[in-house]
Write a protein that binds this ligand. Structure first.
Ligand SMILES: [Zn+2]
Length: 342
């Protein structure tokens, strides 16, 4: 069932106001840290090591985050003069195209597997320079305490080994292609399955707005933002008691959380999330199983108002969603629904 299309116009205006407020809060969080969210807890026994199945991310203009910072350091290492700011803007696009032309790749400015594999050098102890800074930035973002100083010391070797062990890679302390891919394939910076760490990262990432109310204003404990805050605090997310009676706490699925983060960090969309585990859906909805989110706004515009919802829906499928609905599907003219399998 739709969460928004069935509401009145008045409620829709309220939703828009709430989302505008959420966008403001998101901006503050981006610069000031996540208010009300405690310091990261150590990874517990529930955290699983992911097998060595990492894939190179695809980065393009508009993306931001640690992967972009690493890209900029790697381009700098190849002699391209760039400001390393973690934002994939026109200067980064120009540098990527120049690198691609030099490598006789398609110069489309989009960084995929072919470009990454040529950019990422094999690094080992004794190495120096901007490429080592790229490695150190990624290690740091993945929870390894290193200084980003461009020097591959014995301490860095130890951190590379520690990271490799978390991903089921051979712990040789050398950053080769598989280690680079694994370092780059973690939009959350968290070992797969660490839903609290992913939730904290979502709260810290600018450009992901989480609704702070439902249409009609009821059930404040089950809003999208409260769902993510509860998850960051190690609790389950509350469902809403409209159709899911009585409401209860569910664990948000890490695949869904990771994908929400990557819509921003990898695919470059600014998104507003209207519902996660809460809202008014059919009793068997995947929302109530912690497996789905609804996107109401893309890049500041409401879904249906000329938004790139088709490409966002395709990004959800790329990120593993198996139930993706949007404009053109009954009840989804004004939002995109992405859900992961049970
Ligand atoms: Zn939905």
């Amino acid at each position: 069932m739709s969460t928004i299309a069935t509401r009145t116009a008045g409620a829709a205006r309220l939703t828009a106001a709430v989302l505008a407020l959420a966008a403001l809060i998101g901006t503050e969080l981006a610069s000031g840290g996540a208010a009300g969210v405690p310091a990261p807890a150590p990874a517990g026994a529930a955290v699983q090591a992911r097998a060595a199945d990492a894939a190179w991310p695809v980065l393009k203009a508009g993306a931001r985050g640690t992967e972009v910072t690493a890209l900029q350091h790697l381009l700098t290492a190849r002699g391209h003069s760039l400001t390393v700011d973690g934002a994939f803007g026109p200067a980064t696009t120009a540098a990527v195209k120049a690198f691609q032309r030099a490598q006789r790749l398609t110069a489309d400015g989009i960084v995929g597997p072919a470009t990454w594999s040529r950019l990422a050098p094999t690094l080992r102890e004794g190495g120096r320079g901007p490429a080592v800074k790229a490695l150190q930035s990624l290690l740091k973002a993945r929870g390894q305490a290193v200084t980003v100083d461009g020097t591959f010391s014995a301490a860095v070797t130890a951190k590379v080994k520690a990271f490799q062990r978390t991903r089921g890679l051979a712990a040789d302390g050398i950053a080769g292609q598989r280690t680079w891919a694994a370092l780059l394939d973690a939009g959350s910076g968290a070992p797969f399955g660490d839903r609290a760490a992913v939730a904290r990262q979502i709260l810290r990432t600018g450009g992901i707005s989480l609704a702070t109310a439902h249409p009609g204003g009821r059930h404040a404990g089950s809003t999208a933002r409260q769902n993510v805050i509860d998850t960051a605090n190690g609790k389950g997310a509350l469902t809403s008691p409209w159709s899911d009676k009585p409401h209860r706490r569910v664990a948000l699925d890490p695949r869904m959380l990771d994908a929400l983060l990557k819509l921003r960090t990898r695919h470059g969309y600014r998104v507003s999330v209207s519902e996660i585990a809460g809202g008014d859906h059919s009793p068997t909805s995947r929302h109530y199983a912690g497996l789905a989110f609804d996107i109401s706004h893309i890049d500041g515009r409401h879904v249906g108002d000329g938004t790139p919802h088709r490409s966002l829906m395709s990004a959800c499928r790329t990120l593993g969603a198996t139930e993706v609905l949007g404009p053109g599907n009954a009840g989804h003219g004004r939002h995109v629904h992405c859900a992961w399998p049970r």
